[in-house]
Write a protein that binds this ligand. Sequence first.
Ligand code: HEM
Length: 399
Amino acid sequence: MHNPDPTDAIAAVTHAAPYPFYARLRAGAPLVFEPTLRLWIATRADVVLAVLAHPALRVRPAAEPVPRAIAGTPAGELFGQLVRMNDGPLHAAHRPALQRALAGLRSNDAPAAVQHAAHVLAGSVRSLQDWCFALPVASVAALLGFGAAQLAPLAQWTREFVACLSPLSSPAQLETASAAAVQLLAQFEVLASRSPRAGSLLEAVLQEADAQPEVQQRVLWANLVGLLSQTCEATAGLMGNSLVALAREPGLRARFEADAQATTALALVAETARHDPAVHNTRRFVAEPLHFMGTDLQPGDAILLVLAAAQRDPQFEPHAPDCFELDRPAHRLLGFGHGPHACPGQPLAQQLAAHGLLALREQSSWLRPGAQLPALRGYRPSVNARIPCFADDAALHRA
Ligand code: HEM
């Protein structure tokens, strides 16, 4: 069936086949102004890497540090404290504790947390999409030290809170997001009122933060909520797109089924993150006049960095960038960002998605040998995340 091109780089995120369109954009100028979106578009890997490393390009517009729609609300206050949404001193003071604590996770921490969370959630999760959303967040909550009874509610509040990150959300969703922000912070206060569980991610973050005198406690708590919210949609997309690849790529399902270990699942997730990633783009904002890659940029200008296009750039991945190849020697990625804001959760995210698929294989009948995977029914509306929707009958089949 002929698939018309996406109308622009935002529509491409949720389009069935965006990659030929991305390739055409990549063949154009380093930065192309798209008047309808009022965005500069960057798709080449060298340009995306240079923008992400440029100290004068910011993660938020100077005039709007918090989106207008949520400014002055609890969701807006939490948003404004996230390292992801700040440059400068707040970012410099609070990122290292998160980064070091995540880097200190032991190799079996994530698999054990996923196993535990999968058993806890098994009775309450109803659809394949809900499973992809809830399991990674509940696993991070378990790693942080939350008890079994809190995992499902935390996953639900996180899903509600992340609606405030999308310009597509309705006023009702934004209100729910604020209520969820209040609940999430309250759960962390309760957790903090006790000594952190020995060996937990919370204990590691607090120990790392002790070594950093500029850390503000309130901002740190907001960023612990941030670990849940950064996990939520992106890891749901990574799990979901890996399931799409399992159904589409010849021979892949058989290899996945034959491997009792996590090796194939980890390679599947790594190649999916390269070939059909969860986060298609991010943005940077111009704070002062700047001559960049032959273009004059003005304060207020915004650049859309199409990470999903850049990591298929043959200059970045010379070997068959458009082919899905499980066994490539390295899965080079830009979909987790680069530079000062690069994702500190990348290894964890890949483990969560891979072990999430293994838990699904154990606990549901979809991934049982011979069972048919639910059909892809398009993608959830989003300006940056590619999260598949599966057929309506995708209710959880218990094994
Ligand atoms: C498939 C899953 C994930 C993807 C694709 C992803 C992608 C990204 C990207 C692209 C950025 C940088 C955005 C930018 O520079 O504009 C980022 C930042 C971040 N991610 Fe992830 N992420 C994922 C999962 C996680 C997980 C599991 C965690 C932690 C539990 C996490 C924690 C963070 C944090 C804290 C930041 C902000 C870093 C900073 O601004 O310095 N992410 N992520």
